[in-house]
Design a binder for this molecule. Structure first.
Ligand code: TXE
Length: 479
């Protein structure tokens, strides 16, 4: 199926009529084409957004809210169709797309549709000076949203929903690897009555289409989720233009297990936090540290559970582990397994590709557990972003804290313990934007979301996102 750009409420071909193949990771076949958009297409999208801005930015929060909630409802109505498209485009198990990705996209619109009606200005009476100060929260104008392939509609809408809720108009680019549900979102926005030009979706490569968005002098803010190297590049390009940036980048998250935890709960969740979406979630706990007294027991039980996971076709309801997103990504992950072996790591299970009958050219890899002897080896330091985790024992709180923090990333951390003192100490000292204690991936959309160090700058979620997508202006009136 070929898809088109969505500009000014219309679906259209790229100006140069150049196209990129879109692959189905479950069988390695090309199943459609997407626009290979250029600077000219981005300019067209920008013009549409610019024209829509004066009216959209003056609509009431209630009017915007009504449209966002309508989009949310239509995403729910179309859940099955969207989940199937997402699973085919990305390789993720259909059960995951149905239960998590698409419902979350709907929640994003519902949440920000409601949040904007509660996003109140602050005011202060400056006692003694006979003045009153208040803060206007004004939309920025035209903003850029660029999203990755791992959670395609989930992350695309996580940016778009707050941007338009706050009164901005958007030029957005989904990943060229997984464009399908972003394309379908355009249809839904039209049906929900979103005015033309408020959202414009341009498809294409990062280095051309994405680059045109970040270089555009009048796109004043960029919300980006993707790789750390791309984030650094965006920061460099954007700095001389003083663009506002929100960068959600890679992670190498520690999963720290103490002997006093609820063992069965921890075990089941650790399987999920290691391999959900084939380990292609920036929040996956890819470095597992286990207190030495339970290390051997954990190793045995964990490997047993991982071996029982079903690697299969993404459209099969029983599949736990679907296909990796692309051939180059599969090759990258396999390279890391070799690097682990070269660095004296022991592959406890997995480590090799899987052939699925009827889909022999799909990108399937067995979930892989590697026992490492040093926390400093490359597989423990670099983001692999696949179904590969490392495990190693630790002796004390201080030892594990040091190892957990000794990476360039700082997105999330998971802690398993029932000791309150330890919980407080560790959660204060772990270098991460999110710390989960005795759970993983439990999300409340009101909370701030983002990382420290090489995991990015800025926070998404709740009022943080609405603050990002607005400029604060102080007005001081003397009376
Ligand atoms: O990401 P890219 P890739 C990590 C993960 C993965 C690695 C690379 O480790 O293996 O990043 O993945 C657009 N100007 N994460 O190469 O390139 C691109 O088109 C503007 C972590 O797929 O960063 C896509 O839309 N845009 C992550 C988006 O950026 C550009 C999720 C992300 O692509 C651009 C995904 C440019 N010059 C990968 N170059 C997470 N944090 O969840 C690329 N893009």
């Amino acid at each position: 199926m070929n898809i088109q750009n969505y500009i000014n409420g219309n679906f259209q071909n790229p100006i140069n009529n150049h196209w990129i193949d879109n692959y189905n990771p479950s069988n390695g076949e090309v199943y459609g084409q997407i626009p290979n958009s250029t600077k000219e297409d981005v300019e067209k999208a920008y013009s549409a957004a610019k024209s829509a801005f004066p009216i959209w930015s003056k609509t009431t929060p209630e009017d915007r809210s009504r449209i966002l909630i309508k989009i949310s409802e239509l995403l729910e109505v179309n859940l099955k169709r969207l989940a199937e498209a997402e699973s085919k485009d990305n390789g993720k198990p259909i059960s995951l797309a149905k239960a998590v990705d698409i419902p979350r996209a709907a929640s994003n619109f519902r949440f920000f549709g409601n949040a904007i009606t509660q996003f109140a200005s602050e005011s202060h009476e400056s006692v003694g000076q006979q003045a009153i100060n208040y803060t206007l929260r004004q939309p920025i104008g035209v903003v850029g949203c660029i999203s990755p392939w791992n959670l395609p509609l989930y992350l695309f809408t996580w940016k778009i929903a707050p941007a338009i809720a706050a009164g901005n108009c958007v030029v957005a680019k989904p990943s060229e690897v997984t464009p399908m549900t972003a394309y379908l979102l355009g249809e839904i926005c039209n049906e929900a009555g979103l005015p033309k030009g408020v959202l414009n979706i341009v498809h294409g490569l990062g280095t051309t289409t994405g680059q045109a968005i970040i270089e555009h002098p009048d796109i004043k803010a960029i919300s980006f989720t993707g790789g750390t190297a791309t984030g650094a590049h965006i920061a460099k390009v954007a700095a001389p233009m003083f663009k506002k940036l929100s960068l959600e980048l890679g992670g190498k998250n520690p999963n720290i297990i103490f002997a006093d935890c609820d063992y069965q709960d921890m075990l089941a969740t650790t399987v999920r936090s290691s391999f959900a979406n084939q380990g292609q979630v920036c929040l996956c706990g890819s470095r597992i540290f286990v207190e030495v007294s339970i290390y051997n027991q954990f190793k045995k039980d964990f490997v047993e559970k991982v071996k029982a996971l079903t690697v299969g076709h993404p459209s099969n309801e029983d599949t736990h582990i679907g296909a990796l997103v692309s051939k180059p990504h599969l090759e990258k992950v396999k390279e890391y397994i070799q690097i682990a072996k070269d660095e004296n790591g022991t592959v406890l299970c997995g480590g090799n590709e899987v052939t699925i009958k009827g889909s022999e050219n799909g990108y399937y890899l067995k979930p892989t557990v590697i026992e490492v002897t040093s926390d400093e080896c490359r597989v423990n330091q670099e983001e692999i972003f696949g179904p590969v985790v490392t495990i190693m024992p630790f002796k004390s709180e201080d030892d594990v804290l040091e190892m957990a923090n000794k990476v360039k990333y700082g997105l999330s951390a998971t802690l398993w313990t029932n000791d309150l003192k330890r919980t407080m100490k560790m959660s204060n000292e772990l270098q991460a934007g999110i710390v989960w204690v005795n759970t993983w991936m439990m999300r409340d959309l009101r909370t701030p979301f983002g990382g420290v160090k090489a995991s990015g700058v800025g926070r998404e979620g709740g009022f943080e996102a609405l603050r990002f997508f607005t400029e604060a202006k102080n007005v001081c009136i003397k009376y």
